[in-house]
Design a protein around this ligand. Structure first.
Ligand SMILES: Cc1cc2nc3c(=O)[nH]c(=O)nc-3n(C[C@H](O)[C@H](O)[C@H](O)COP(=O)(O)OP(=O)(O)OC[C@H]3O[C@@H](n4cnc5c(N)ncnc54)[C@H](O)[C@@H]3O)c2cc1C
Length: 662
């Protein structure tokens, strides 16, 4: 029998034992690994569950907070506050009691919550919204009449509006119409103008081409295509841009309402661009874009004809598209004239315990040692009186607010300077107000506005014009706008029978008039008078080529320069639309940074410097400001109202149809 040698046995045993041990070790290790894995999974599960729970709690808090922020606060607006319009107040003395109430301390309401500086549409809309939300509001106006650009002035039986010639987007149940109804409690009425609301003339003499702009959901585009039959594709694309701009601009406005870091994160990360093209559009140069659509220079002018002092090469396509779109559903004019706007909105502010006082130039915003605004100083004769309130809304422009009204030690602060550096002063306006002895029928005047351009290169002609010397400028005006207020307001015939009026507008450089800046209004001397009349005569002669009958019937003429704007509207450097509407201002990031809050606690900005100029633009500036002060987005309330009104309209139509069938 073969016997296994001992060492071999030992070896074999050892090997077997080793193998067993190895297997056992492996099993142990695997078991340990599984144990560790299970432990890890277990603890991971605990951690995941914990994170899940944290996330759920955060989500619930966030959703609750958002719901409370959006819907938790009572709406300042209601359908019930809108009454049928009352009879128009023609008694000027009664009107003046509302729009020309002079400042004195005894007229300041007790326990003020908010002071608004400046009674333009931006200040009034912010003021009325805050008043309807339960705040006691005082609006202070430096001029002797409230309304800012919405005021009118009456001279020798003629009434001129200074900054409102037509407004769009006021069709039934439009957001803007609902806002005006809420702010005036149903008292403002608007006259829809002719469907043919604008005429554009390009060129002079035999070279002159004339285009007409019609309102109408489909008619505007169709009418344009009829005039440019070879450019249907370009027009189609421009209208698509108009649609996106109009439908999505509220995204841009939202950037001002959500925390700034969130806005900047959305923009910088590119998420915003995934959501909507509007964020890119706002920073796109108008000339660059229209060049990609067509080489037809006349059509380029049509796409940018509503000029606002910035050549298309320096402006945003979004703004140009929005301006054309603004009148797509019709052009309107306030019945009773532009001053009706201030008259009715002030009455709303008064109804809720507030007031609007004129001849109340604010000379300083009061700021306490903690850096918070707590009131204003108002100049009254030689004195300065203080009025206090926990919130100050400034509607007199970003430059006046930050450079003139804040105490000097705050003006120089970095964050104030940073806000100022985002903006430039806009171009000044030049207006010729003419009054005629004769009715519109006799003189051939119409409610349609006229936009005249000497050539079809807006970029070059604006650049060349603004580069001219003071001497050369009056004889080389490249463009102008003509409007006839007396033909727009159906009640003008009642208020001023047998008379008609015309306003001509162009844009000029402040520097051409600067040497007279320290002279007194209406006493600026012969040299100033002669200089401004050179502009005025050229503009008026140009207008006479369109309306030859007016020349012999001219019985009144007044001319306003940037210095006039500075005096009556408190506009820095006589700027027509306050800060310049250049491309930089409309880059989405700049939009997000230029908000109603300011680096000074309790001080807010309202009006045209918040988003854009225009009655609608400045009014939205007021509503964005009120939303910021209330920490509640009032647009949600307005959208809910809009839905209710649409449902009501649908019910009415259904009932009418039912009746017809019976
Ligand atoms: C000539 C012209 C024509 C226009 N045409 C149209 C048009 O047809 N359609 C349209 O939609 N828009 C038009 N606009 C633009 C529109 O009128 C304005 O963009 C808008 O009304 C500005 O409103 P706002 O409230 O921001 O400012 P503003 O109306 O300028 O109000 C600012 C107010 O602040 C006051 N103020 C200034 N400093 C002080 C101070 N220290 N203390 C107290 N008060 C102060 C001023 O006196 C003024 O009343 C036109 C503008 C101009 C100038």
């Amino acid at each position: 029998m073969y016997q296994t040698p001992a060492p071999l046995l030992w070896t074999f045993d050892t090997q077997r034992n080793n193998k067993r041990n190895l297997v056992r070790g492996a099993v142990f290790r695997r078991a340990a690994a599984v144990k560790t894995l299970l432990k890890t999974i277990h603890s991971d599960l605990n951690i995941s569950t914990m994170w899940l729970l944290i996330f759920l709690v955060w989500l619930i808090i966030w959703a609750g907070g958002t719901y409370w922020y959006l819907f938790g606060k009572p709406s300042p607006f209601s359908l019930e506050s809108v009454r049928p319009p009352g009879p128009r107040e023609f008694d000027q003395k009664k009107r003046d009691k509302v729009i020309k109430q002079g400042f004195s301390l005894d007229k300041v309401p007790q326990n003020l919550d908010v002071i608004v500086i400046g009674s333009g549409i931006g200040g009034l809309s912010a003021g009325a919204t805050l008043a309807k939300a339960g705040k006691r509001v005082l609006v202070l106006e430096q001029h002797d009449q409230a309304g800012g650009c919405c005021h009118t002035y009456i001279e020798k039986g003629f009434e001129f509006d200074v900054g409102l010639h037509y407004i769009g987007q006021l069709h039934e149940n439009s957001l803007l119409r609902i806002i005006f109804d809420q702010l005036s409690e149903g008292q403002l009425e608007f006259q829809e103008l002719n469907q043919h609301f604008d005429t554009i003339q390009i060129g002079l003499g035999d070279e002159k081409r004339e285009y007409t702009i019609f309102s109408g959901k489909t008619e505007m585009k169709a009418h344009l295509m009829k005039q440019f039959p070879d450019e249907t594709e370009a027009i189609e694309t421009f209208f698509k841009i108009m649609k996106v701009s109009a439908k999505k601009t509220h995204y841009l406005a939202t950037l001002k309402l959500i925390p700034q870091w969130v806005s900047l994160f959305l923009l910088k990360s590119g998420i915003a661009n995934l959501v909507s093209p509007v964020f890119r559009l706002s920073g796109t140069c108008a000339t660059d874009l229209v060049n990609t659509l067509t080489s037809n220079k006349d059509l380029h002018v049509i796409f940018s004809y509503l000029f606002y002092g910035v050549p298309p090469k320096d402006s945003s396509i979004l703004i140009n598209a929005l301006l054309v779109h603004h009148y797509k559903r019709g052009a309107y004019y306030p019945k009773g004239g532009a001053s009706e706007i201030a008259f009715h909105i002030i009455r709303t502010i008064q109804k809720y315990g507030g007031n609007c006082l004129v001849r109340a130039p604010v000379s300083q915003i009061l700021v306490n040692e903690k850096g918070a605004a707590y009131g204003v100083k108002v100049r009254k004769g030689q004195e300065e009186v203080e009025v206090h309130a926990p919130v100050v809304v400034s509607n007199c422009g970003i430059f006046t607010t930050f450079q003139k009204l804040l105490p000097p030690e705050i003006q120089v602060k970095h964050d104030i300077q940073e806000r100022l550096n985002m903006m430039k002063h806009g171009r000044g306006s030049f207006l010729v107000f003419s009054g005629f002895d004769g009715t519109e029928e006799e003189l051939g005047l119409v409610s349609t506005n006229f936009w005249l351009f000497k050539n079809n290169d807006m970029d070059k002609s604006m650049e060349d014009f603004f580069a001219l010397s003071k001497e050369e400028a009056p004889d080389n005006i490249p463009m102008m706008f003509i409007t006839m207020p007396s033909s727009k307001d159906p009640e003008a015939k009642i208020r001023h029978p047998g008379k008609s009026c015309m306003t001509i507008l162009t844009m000029v450089k402040y520097e051409w008039f600067e040497e007279w800046k320290d002279t007194v209004v209406r006493k600026r001397g012969d040299e100033y008078h002669d200089y401004k009349m050179r502009f005025a005569n050229n503009l008026f002669d140009w207008a006479c080529t369109l309306f030859p009958k007016i020349k012999d019937k001219l019985v009144f003429q007044d001319v306003a320069t940037p210095l006039t704007n500075m005096h009556y509207l408190g506009a820095q450097r006589g700027a027509m639309y306050s800060a310049e509407h250049n491309l930089d201002r409309f880059h989405a990031e700049a939009v997000a940074r230029n908000r109603c809050n300011t680096p000074v606690k309790n001080l807010y900005i309202s009006g045209q410097d918040v988003f854009s100029c225009g009655i609608a633009g400045a009014l939205h500036g007021g509503l964005l400001c009120a939303s910021t002060v209330l920490d509640h987005i009032v647009y949600i309330d307005l959208l809910i109202l809009k839905k209710k009104l649409k449902r009501r309209k649908a019910r009415e139509l259904a009932q009418l149809a039912k009746k017809k069938l019976q």
